[in-house]
Each structure stands twice: as structure tokens, then as C-alpha cells.
Design a protein. Structure first.
Lengths: 586, 247
């Protein structure tokens, strides 16, 4: 097995990984960075984010308002020290991107423009038309090309972390074009490997979003945090689940049921606002969890429209006009035409809620540290508890910048303190173990289970049990099913035995990772007997701060279900209150 | 929902066991709203799990699934099966690149060329973050915005007759991105990029056949970027000749 020694190893080269890598490289030219990713950086899923990134920049806005929106939006399951740090750093990071060339949309006077977003009291979302994530990713990737100390390992599939002497010392990854395994020894490791939305059947997430880094950390003894909080975005295209940005509603798009009625007013988000005059933090600019839940209720009442791809409501943008749509929402128009055959300029677009984002992830703190020393995590794979029980749209792009930079600083500090030699024999033993695991997976014969089959059973079970609304009974069923699927996973057989770009193997590894994480979602949801943010229980309808104003920690127990523990929420200045998105909200 | 019947002829090649690439045929009953990528995914999941290809976003933005479909470079996730109804459709890896395995091509050449044109903001002096943003009017933005839309899918390289003949040619996507930064009001790197762009294998290898712009799934129009780049390169050449080369 080839050995590569580096200072900082970063797994994942999307927005979080690139920001971390640049931050290390810029201020520490003497340190080596290994940027390891299973895809080329520009294929990372950051590219699919559309609406924008939040940061206080305009004179009518304040850090306090951004803080309050984020804490309330997260139903008080946010760690308030983290939120405070985040809102403070957000504008600097967005300006940094501007200096690096991000093509932010502008106001006539040349300053950066902002647009309204759900759950935000003031317009504060920086945007680059409706391709904000794409531009952020490419700006970071292209900027990273000027950093000579970043060595990229594109198309290297990470298998497992290397742990010795109580700290993380590296990662084992497979070079996808050759099937060769590499042992990366590092003084610090930063996981930036993205979310796991592909656990669900209907998702905005790309095929690569399989939670590989989160599962690696989980197996290595780091608990996952708050995995039961899964964000359904209210406006996904039917059939494909392609995202139509919240920016559609920020620009004035409205939701209508089968009768053309703007149903959000019946779910605590009214009164109805005039067409073409969106009002912040009300109606269509309510938060994602509430909008997706409103859809579910409309469905129960028979107010949705049946289609071959499931029930739908309409996102109506016809009153915005062609010029405005082409300037602000060109991608939305293109996607709707290509993938749904509907031109939003002329007709309302059929939509339904779709799994979009994991609020939960690797347990991290304000320093992007995990409980395992030497191991850091940033972005959707992590849970720094910025987003609590429901993330506000446009906070996640900013999050990966702010905490990428912070992780870089702390990882560098940690790396500089490591004087002891790597524990070569222990690391080799672990690397060999990872190699044996892969080899067994490839060579094993006689199995009867298929990857696609198990994957779709997992997805169906999660949707049924751990969807927008949950009950004890459905969750228990899902827990049982996932436990059973984990057993059946041992019975898969790969038909592809090649060493060269063996996607059969990668899909098998991804499925294994997703099954482990699916169990943390379902078990965490079963244990949380309350309703909060995106976690809604029909059998426990109220929020229960007495018992559950706590983070769920799920710890790996091998073949068994995870152990569930709880961890205190950090509250500094905002006591839990009522989330008010009615027109009267202050 | 009605169905579209497709006969997919997919190029297969595993360097560990095949002397030469060959075609394998799969019959796929497609739902009418499917893209070619959905049909290929169906083959992978239900018929032949050994098929290798790249894909991720399924919304024409990650640039992973560029391949030759019926002889044309396209994103598989944006090519509707309806357009190929009841036909035999050849699916091949992107032309002009070495094949790594099945539909997966080696992309190292593009990655190296992209780096060479310095696709990032270059300034003589960095403005401190505390001083806020660089002002840029909507008109300034419009001058380069279109060329920021490149997703690096490499369809333009597969379409480019010059790249086919002269593999050293820096090529449409990388040069369009060089132009994108040259045209950005925040940038001062034109002279530095000029060194690379004005080389024989730089912009002058382009013979303006427009095939890159026709192939581009994001309407970036690299051909237009390259023609504009030829003008700035000529102007810069004269400026350097008379000692006024710096931007």
C-alpha cells in the first residue's frame, strides 16, 4: 500500500473542503495539504445550491437580527455561541469570496445585492442569480489553483479513518482509476464530505451525497448529532426532485393548492400577502419545515393534485414577468422547462416537498472539533449546531466558509503541536484492515442481495417511517427494517471484480455507509418524543423543552443499533420562545 | 404514462480484460420523462452492474455525465429519451479523451490546462476585506458573466476539431475561463495570462468552427470568448511591442 505523509488531510473538495484548504495554504505555506475527494472538486454538490448565502451587509440589517432569525428558525436547538460566531464572521467571508471573483449579482450602484429568504426578517441573502452555490464552488476551486501547497487527490474514495494513540492520524483511500489503496498519514484530518440525502428516495441531492465521511467518523467512535432532523425543501420538481430555489418565493412566487388557494395562510403563516409583494417571515417566506408540513396537511385534506409522481401543489411565478425571471431565476426557468415541461413564465409549476439537507451530522463544536482529537469536520457532514432543528435557507453556504476557515486555523494549531511520530505499526495494521474489508467485498461470491434492491428498500422505509410526520409505530417499523437491511448487506455480491473505476464497489461502500447513518436517523427520531422543527411526531405534537431541549448523540455499536445519549444545548441570550411566522410577527 | 423503447449500444472497455473497446446492447423500456442518464442508471441498477460512468447532480450543473450520445457530446442528464424514441442509440465516452473504463474518460489534460491559464483574480495589491467589496456595476458584471457559467463538462473539447488534431491546444473551456477573468473589472492579471494564451497552442490554434458553442449545454458560447480573446491578445502584443504592456 502506498504511503503519503502530509500535514493536513482534508476529505471532500466541495465548498467546505476547498475553503479549509485555501485557509491552511494561505497562512501556512510550510504545511502540506492533501485534498482527497471521490469526485473532481467542481462535481461536488455545493454546485447545486441555488438561492444564495446569508450575511449581514446592508445598513438596515444587524447581527442581532440574523442571530435571532437563525436561533428561532432552528427551534432553539441551535448552540447560540456557534450562531453568534457565525453571524459575526459571515459578512467577512462573503466579502472574501467577492474579492476572489465570485460573480455576485449587483445593485445599480455596484454594491452587492441581497434578496429575501425564508425565515429571515431582513433581506440578507447574497446571490449570484440562482446559481449561487455553483459560483461559490467554482470561485473557490479556481482560487485554490493558485495555492502550490494544496495537493489534490481527485477521485480517491475514502474508506476509513486511521486512529492511534487516542487521536486521528489519517485516512485510507482508494485511487479509483487503479483500485490501489493509499495510506494518508496526517497530523490533523478535516472531514468535509457532505450530507447523506441519498438515503431517501426523493431528494434534491446528487448521487454522491451518501454520507461517507460521517459514517467513517461514526465507525471511528465519534457520535453523530441530531440526525433525526432532516430538512424537506418545500419546492422540488416532480419526478426528479430537482430543487427550485427558495429564491422563487423570495422574488414573489406563491404556493397554491388544487383550487388555486394560497394555503399557507391556514397554517399560522397568514394573513395572505398581496401578490407580487412578498412580506418577510410570513406566508411563502416562512421557514422550510413549516411549508413542507403545510403541504402534508393539504394532502390529508385532499387539497393536493394527484399526479403519476405523487401528489403536488403549485409554485406560481406567472405574475413575476419574463424579464424578472430571466434575470433572477434563469436556472429555475431552464430546469422547469427541461425536466417538467413547464415554463414558469406562463404556467404554475407542479411541486412537492423533497429531502434536501441533513441538519445533523458529525458531532462538532464552535471550533469545528470532534470529540476525537486531531479530527475536525465542516459543512453538511458536520453538526456544529448552527442549524438546530431546522436550517434557514442560505445559512449553509455561509456556514461552510465560516467554519472552513475556523477548522483550518484549529487544525493547523493542532498539527503544529504534534511532535510525536506517527504510530506506524498501529496505522499499518488499521490500513491493512481497511484493505481486507474492501478485498472481501470484491471477492466474496454466492451472495443473493443486490445493491440497488437494498438501497431502494432503505429509502422507502425511511420515507415511510421518518418522513415529514412520524409516529412511534412507523418509526419502530423503520428501525426494524434498517436493522434487518444491515444484516442482509452481508449478502450482497459484486459482479464487477475490476480494479479500474469499479463503481459497483463504490456503490456497495456507499450503501454500507448510508445504512449505518439511516439507523441513527430512525433511532434518534424514535427516541425523541416531542415535535421540534423538522422532527414532527403525530403522537407527541408539542415541543418539550423540559425533556428534549437537548442534542441527540448516537454512538456506533458495531452490528447493533446505536447507543442514544443527550448533550446540552448552549443557550446564551435567547430563551426558547414561540416561532411566530404570522403577519403580526415582530 | 407511456413508454419509450430504446436500444442502447454502450461502449464497454475494461483495460484489465479487454484488448479493444466493444459495444454491448441493452434494451430499455424508458418512462417518457426520462433522460438518457435515467436509462443508463436503469441498466446499471437492474441489468448490468459492471457498467461504469460518472454522474451526480442530474440537473446539468455538476458536469459529470458528459458523453457521446448518438455521436454528439451531451450531458446524459439533459438529453431526453423522447428525442431518441424507438431508435438505436450509441453511447460512447467523450471523444478526444483517452478512455479510462467504459464511459469514464481521463481528464488530467484539462485539469492541467485550466491551471495554466490562471483562472483566478490577480491583483497588484489586494484590498483589505475591511474596506468592503469592489464596486462592480451590472454592466461590468454583464461583460464576463456568461463566461462564468462553464461547468467544465468537457463537451466542448469533445466537439473541437482543433483539439482532435492538436492535443496541445489549450482548448475552449480553459481559454473561455481565462477570458472570463481578463474581462472582470476586479482583475489585473491580463498580462500574466497573456504569456500562456499567446503561445502557439493558445488562442491562435482556434479556427473558429463554432462547434464548441453548439455543443455547450450551458450556452457559455466559448467560441465568442475565444474571438474576444484573440482581440485582447493582439492588442496586448502591440502594447508590449511599444513598451506599454501592463494592464
Amino acid at each position: 500500500m502506498e504511503l503519503i505523509k502530509t500535514d493536513i488531510a482534508i476529505v471532500g473538495a466541495g465548498g467546505a473542503g476547498l475553503r479549509t484548504a485555501i485557509a491552511v495554504a494561505e497562512s501556512n505555506p510550510d504545511l502540506k495539504v492533501a485534498l482527497i475527494s471521490k469526485v473532481y472538486p467542481m462535481r461536488s454538490h455545493t454546485c447545486a445550491a441555488e438561492g444564495g448565502a446569508a450575511g449581514v451587509i446592508k445598513p438596515d440589517d444587524s447581527l442581532e437580527l440574523h442571530f435571532n432569525d437563525t436561533v428561532g428558525g432552528g427551534d432553539w436547538l441551535t448552540d447560540q455561541d456557534v450562531v453568534e460566531y457565525f453571524v459575526n464572521e459571515a459578512p467577512k467571508e462573503l466579502l472574501q469570496l467577492e474579492h476572489w471573483g465570485c460573480p455576485w449579482s449587483r445593485e445599480p450602484n455596484g454594491s452587492v445585492g441581497v434578496r429575501p429568504f425564508g425565515g429571515m426578517k431582513i433581506k440578507r441573502t447574497w446571490f449570484a442569480a440562482d446559481k449561487s452555490g455553483f459560483h461559490i464552488l467554482h470561485t473557490l476551486f479556481q482560487t485554490s489553483l493558485k495555492c502550490p501547497t494544496i495537493e489534490r487527490f481527485d477521485e480517491f474514495f475514502s474508506i476509513d479513518l486511521l486512529m492511534a494513540d487516542g487521536r486521528c492520524q489519517g485516512v485510507v483511500a482508494m485511487e479509483m482509476k487503479s483500485g490501489r489503496l493509499f495510506q494518508f498519514q496526517a497530523k490533523a484530518v478535516v472531514l468535509c464530505s457532505g450530507g447523506a440525502g441519498r438515503m431517501f428516495p426523493f431528494s434534491t441531492n446528487g448521487a454522491i451525497k451518501t454520507g461517507d465521511g460521517t459514517a467513517m467518523a461514526y465507525r471511528a467512535g465519534v457520535p453523530t448529532k441530531d440526525m433525526e432532523f432532516v430538512q424537506y425543501h418545500p419546492t422540488g420538481l416532480l419526478a426528479t426532485g430537482i430543487l427550485l430555489t427558495e429564491g422563487c418565493r423570495g422574488e414573489g412566487g406563491v404556493l397554491r393548492n388544487k383550487d388555486g388557494y394560497r394555503y399557507l395562510q391556514d397554517y399560522g403563516m397568514g394573513p395572505e400577502t398581496p401578490l407580487g409583494e412578498p412580506v418577510l417571515k410570513t406566508m411563502e417566506l416562512g421557514p422550510r419545515d413549516r411549508l413542507s408540513q403545510a403541504f402534508w396537511h393539504e394532502q390529508q385534506k385532499g387539497n393536493t393534485i394527484p399526479t403519476p409522481w405523487g401528489d403536488s401543489t403549485h409554485l406560481d411565478m406567472t405574475h413575476l414577468g419574463e424579464k424578472h425571471i430571466d434575470e433572477r431565476l434563469p436556472l429555475v426557468r431552464e430546469l422547469s422547462i427541461i425536466y417538467a415541461g413547464v415554463d414558469p413564465v406562463k404556467e404554475p409549476v407542479p411541486i412537492r416537498p423533497v429531502v434536501h439537507y441533513m441538519m445533523g451530522g458529525i458531532h462538532t463544536n464552535i471550533d469545528a472539533e470532534t470529540p476525537v482529537s486531531g479530527l475536525f469536520a465542516v459543512g453538511e457532514c458536520a453538526c456544529a449546531s448552527l442549524n438546530g432543528a431546522n436550517r434557514l435557507g442560505s445559512n449553509s453556504l455561509t456556514e461552510l466558509l465560516v467554519f472552513g476557515k475556523r477548522a483550518a486555523k484549529n487544525a493547523v494549531e493542532f498539527a503544529r503541536k504534534q511532535n510525536s511520530e506517527a504510530n506506524e505499526s498501529e496505522l499499518k495494521e488499521q490500513a491493512d484492515k481497511a484493505q481486507a474489508k474492501v478485498r472481501e467485498l470484491v471477492q466474496k461470491s454466492g451472495g443473493t442481495e443486490s445493491i440497488a434492491g437494498l438501497r431502494s428498500e432503505m429509502a422507502k422505509s425511511l420515507e415511510e417511517g421518518a418522513g415529514i410526520y412520524r409516529t412511534e409505530e412507523t418509526l419502530q417499523q423503520t428501525c426494524n427494517t434498517i436493522a434487518d437491511l444491515r444484516k442482509r448487506y452481508a449478502g450482497i455480491e459484486l459482479h464487477d471484480k475490476s480494479n479500474v473505476f469499479n463503481t459497483d464497489l463504490f456503490q456497495a461502500l456507499e450503501l454500507g455507509n448510508m445504512l449505518e447513518l439511516a439507523q441513527t436517523v430512525a433511532e434518534g427520531a424514535l427516541a425523541r418524543k416531542e415535535s421540534r422543527g423538522s422532527h414532527q411526531r403525530l403522537d407527541y405534537e408539542a415541543r418539550d423543552d423540559e425533556q428534549y431541549l437537548k442534542h441527540t448523540l448516537a454512538s456506533y455499536q458495531g452490528e447493533e443499533a446505536p447507543r442514544i445519549d443527550y448533550h446540552d444545548v448552549v443557550i446564551t441570550k435567547s430563551q426558547p420562545g414561540v416561532r411566530d411566522y404570522s403577519g403580526g410577527a415582530k | 404514462m407511456s413508454e419509450v423503447q430504446l436500444e442502447l449500444e454502450i461502449l464497454r472497455y475494461d483495460p484489465e480484460k479487454d484488448q479493444e473497446p466493444h459495444f454491448k446492447t441493452y434494451q430499455v423500456a424508458c418512462r417518457e420523462e426520462w433522460m438518457i442518464l435515467d436509462a443508463v442508471n436503469h441498466v446499471k441498477d437492474e441489468v448490468d452492474t459492471t457498467l461504469s460512468y460518472r454522474w451526480s447532480c442530474h440537473m446539468a450543473v455538476c458536469g459529470s455525465c458528459g458523453m457521446m450520445i448518438d455521436g454528439q457530446p451531451k450531458l446524459a442528464c439533459k438529453a431526453a429519451v423522447k428525442d431518441y424514441a424507438d431508435k438505436k442509440v450509441r453511447i460512447e465516452p467523450l471523444a478526444n479523451f483517452p478512455i479510462e473504463r467504459d464511459l469514464v474518460v481521463v481528464q488530467d489534460d484539462f485539469m492541467e490546462k485550466l491551471k495554466r491559464v490562471k483562472p483566478y483574480i490577480i491583483r497588484k495589491e489586494e484590498k483589505p476585506i475591511e474596506e468592503g467589496e469592489y464596486k462592480q456595476s451590472p454592466a461590468d458584471l454583464k461583460r464576463f458573466k456568461q463566461f462564468t457559467l462553464c461547468i467544465n463538462c468537457l463537451c466542448c473539447y469533445a466537439a473541437c476539431p482543433e483539439y482532435a488534431l492538436t492535443p496541445e491546444f489549450v482548448g475552449p473551456a480553459a481559454l473561455a475561463l481565462a477570458h472570463r477573468y481578463n474581462a472582470d473589472s476586479r482583475d489585473q492579471g491580463l498580462a500574466e495570462r497573456h504569456k500562456e494564451i499567446s503561445k502557439p497552442e493558445g488562442v491562435w490554434d482556434c479556427s473558429f468552427t463554432d462547434t464548441c458553442s453548439i455543443a455547450c449545454p450551458k450556452h457559455v458560447d466559448p467560441a465568442s470568448a475565444l474571438q474576444q480573446l484573440k482581440i485582447t491578445t493582439t492588442v496586448q502584443w502591440y502594447k508590449e511591442l511599444i513598451g506599454m504592456g501592463d494592464k
